[in-house]
Each structure stands twice: as C-alpha cells, then as structure tokens.
Design a protein around this ligand. Structure first.
Ligand code: TTP
Ligand code: MN
Ligand code: MN
Ligand code: MN
Length: 385
C-alpha cells in the first residue's frame, strides 16, 4: 500500500433516489432498531417522525461499510438528533433502551398483531387496542364486526404472515400469466414490488399488466378475476375500477400517493407441490391450529393463502406505473419529493408533470423518467431504501 493513502470521503446524497441502496447492506444492527421506532411512530400516526427514522435508516443502508464510531457519521445527511442518540447507544451498549422498551411494549406488540390482519389499518387497530383487544384471536372471541377483507385476514392470518418465497412468487407468476393470456392475448405482465428489487421473500406478490394497444387493457381486471375464480384459485378479491379515466379534471395530479389504476387486492389459494409439502407438513399443521380452517387442511389437498396485488395500466402510463409499483415505499416517496422540491415537477404512477413548462413529460421507460428528473438511473435492485 502507498504510504500516504487516505480513505476517500463518502459522498452521501440527501435524497434516497439519488443513491444506490442494495438489498444486503452492512448496518442492519442499526437500521432494524431505527425501523422499529419508525413503525412505532406509524402506529401513533406520527408520520413526520416515522419518515425521519426511515430516512436515517436508509442513509445507513447505503453506506459501503459497517459503522463503528459516531465520527464516521458526521458528514452524513438525514441523521437527526433522535436517530443519532439511538445509534450512539447501540454503538456503545449494543442495544438501545428506547428501542427495546418499544419492542416489549404491550401497545407495540398489539398494534403489530392487529395491523398484521389483512384489511386492518392503524386507525382500526388503535380503536381495538383502546377497547382492550390485543390479538386476532381477541377479535374472534369478542365477536367484533369485521368487513369481508378483515374476515379473510383473520381466517388466513397465519398464512398471510408467513413470508412468500421467491419460488412461490414464480408459481403465482405462471398462474397470472396463464390467466391474463387467456383473456387478453398479447398482454404484458411484469412482477413489481419487492421481488423486482431482488428480495428473497415478500409479504405479497405484485404484478403490473398492460397491452401495447392503448385501450385494449380497459376493464381487463374483471375478466382476469373471473378466469381465476373459475379455476378456484381465489380465496378473496376486491377489484377497484380505474378512477383515473373517469376523473373530470383529466390526468391532473392525483391527490395522494394512492394511484387510480384498475386494481385487485386478492388472496390466492396456492396449491403446494408434493416436493414442497414434504418439507412444509409441520409448518402447515401448526399453522392450522389457530385460525385457518382445519377441515380444509385435512381434506388431502394441501394449499396456502398468499396475498397478490394485480394492477392494470394503459400502455402510455406503463413506465410510470412500473416505477411507481417497484418501490421501495421510501424510494417512491423520495422520488416524488425530489420531483416537487428540486425540479418543480409532479410525479405519480400515472405521469410526470412539469410545472414550469406546464406540460406532461412522456416516457417509454424508467430510464427516461430518471432522465426527465435529472437523476442518474438507479436499477430496481438498488432501490431498496
Ligand atoms: P408493497 O407490496 O406494499 O411493498 P413491497 O413489495 O415493496 O414489499 P413486500 O415484500 O413487503 O410486499 O408495495 C409495492 C409498491 O407498490 C410500493 O412501492 C408502493 C406501491 N403501491 C402503490 O403505488 N399504491 C398502493 O396503493 C400500494 C398499496 C402500493
Ligand atoms: Mn457493500
Ligand atoms: Mn409487495
Ligand atoms: Mn403489494
């Protein structure tokens, strides 16, 4: 080694969409605790606080080395006083007392369990918590009034809280392809969400569907859903119509980060192959002991419930939809913040509007969208902020 070699300074950009964030990084021992605090802030509907912790964690995920001392952090953006305090405690003591007491708290654990029910958001979980409920079983025992989604969520609680593997995602991809090809030949289907970013497991499987002939994709979802239902592949589905076409202001900025595509939140009934079932017998028999119907488990066919999101986009919006549905959620949020604050533009999963030029900027690929935004292209595998 040369005698006067210096460690080059790490240049850490402020927005997560300006940085490469790989899936596997070096600082989980810091990011996981910070994300516990972020999650806890979400449970108390303190969004600002939650975002601050998530931004701190994202900076540490982008570092090319393990953090060992506080002075390594002095030139990094986004690290607020509270996050720094937590990091310092972990570096010195191995754990943070605030994080550990949060993890142990009855409220955190109950909120985690209750929001873990498909169809239950923070508001509902919080109301139940204040009424003394702590777990999905309490919902059954106290005879809570549940909507259809929540009923399915309770019924398949264990399955839906068992991570979906890449292998299962591939089996579901094949099914979705068969369904879509059967009802609209020539359609294009891509896997989005965490699996597109290279994750090994996910909480669901996300798909985006389009057709090169603009308009051919209209009202496609009910046909896909019918096909799947005829094959007995769906345990639950809720289809929402495209509200973008129908909004009277045309393709103006959608009010929130919720997009308006035709979409389907569903639960698939995934048959488990002989090979898999040999290794999963134990897992599914203890699964069935709580909420999943035991009679179904004993009937010979082994299956499990998996959450699947289907989204249909017109071809002209496909690049925006692909970018918007690939995530991560923080990466998406940062892209929109960058567009608004730094570029005077408005980005959604439908379009990019340039306020200065007062016009929409077209794009046929994600690369073109990054270019419009003046950002270096970040591939999906590096969007794991
Ligand atoms: P998720 O499926 O919630 O998250 P994920 O796939 O990144 O992680 P996991 O493995 O836990 O499933 O969302 C995927 C992307 O879809 C996310 O970037 C945000 C986007 N999205 C929308 O654009 N609109 C929505 O209404 C929802 C729910 C998600
Ligand atoms: Mn590395
Ligand atoms: Mn997902
Ligand atoms: Mn999803």
């Amino acid at each position: 080694p040369k005698p006067c070699e210096v460690t080059p300074a790490i240049i850490m950009k402020t927005y997560a969409c300006q940085r490469r964030t790989p899936l596997k990084h070096h600082n989980s021992f810091l990011t996981e605790p910070l994300e516990i605090l972020a999650e806890n802030a979400e449970f108390s509907e303190n969004e600002g606080r939650s975002i601050a912790f998530r931004r701190s964690a994202a900076v540490l995920k982008a570092l090319p080395h393990v953090v060992r001392a506080m002075d390594e952090l002095k030139d990094l953006p986004c690290l607020g006083e509270h996050s720094l305090r937590v990091i310092k405690e972990i570096l010195e003591d191995g754990t943070s007392s605030e994080v550990e007491s949060t993890r142990q708290s009855e409220q955190f654990q109950a909120m985690k369990a209750l929001t873990g029910v498909f169809g239950v958001g923070v508001r509902t979980a919080d109301r139940w918590f204040r009424e003394g409920l702590r777990s999905p079983l309490d919902l059954i025992h106290t005879g809570q009034k549940l909507n259809h989604a929540q009923q399915a969520g309770v019924q398949h609680y264990n399955d839906l809280n068992t991570p979906v593997t890449k292998k299962e995602a591939m089996v579901i991809s094949d099914i979705v392809e068969r369904a879509v090809k059967a009802v609209l030949p020539g359609a294009i289907i891509i896997l989005t969400g965490g699996f597109r970013r290279g994750k090994e497991v996910g909480h669901d499987v996300d798909f985006l569907i389009t057709h090169p002939e603009e308009g051919a994709e209209e009202r496609l979802m009910p046909k896909i859903v019918n096909w799947l239902e005829e094959q007995g592949l769906l345990l639950y589905q809720k289809t929402t119509r495209n509200s973008y076409l129908e909004s009277k202001d045309g393709p103006a900025r959608p009010p929130s980060n919720m997009d308006r595509f035709e979409r389907c939140f569903s639960i698939f009934k995934l048959e488990q192959s002989k090979m898999d079932s040999d290794t999963q017998v134990e897992a599914s028999s203890y699964n069935s002991s709580t909420t999943d119907g035991p009679e179904e488990r004993h009937s010979g066919s082994r299956w499990r419930a998996v959450r699947v999101d289907l989204v249909v986009s017109p071809y002209s919006q496909f690049a925006f939809a692909t970018l918007g549905w690939t995530g991560s959620k923080l990466f998406e949020r940062e892209l929109r913040r960058w567009a608004g604050q730094e570029k005077g533009m408005s980005l959604s999963s439908h379009a990019l509007y340039d306020s200065k030029q007062q016009r929409y900027l077209q794009a046929n690929s994600e690369e073109e969208i990054f270019a419009h935004l003046g950002l270096e292209y970040i591939p999906p595998s590096e969007r794991n902020a």
